[in-house]
Unconditional design. Sequence first.
Length: 99
Amino acid sequence: MAETIRRLLFIVGSKRPDFYESLRRTFRGDDTVQVVLDRRRGERRRRRRSGRQSVTREQRGADRREQLEIQRQLRSRGYAVVGVPFWDARAALRPGSRA
């Protein structure tokens, strides 16, 4: 089943504040686009044990590949574009669904 892209997320590198402001003006009022400024200073990893569901190795691998692609885009272009898929909570809670 193909995922339907619900929103676009623009992550703009901290060295491109003018581009960030331009995108914010361009997409002002468009609730299908979000523009954020990347403020990370380096790799951050935290371990959270309480309240966290177990994550399979495949999910972690997919998440890591996605993060690497975002980092590649930020380095090469100064921004990254991420499609945020539609997520139906009701469908995810149905018996037999793969949430």
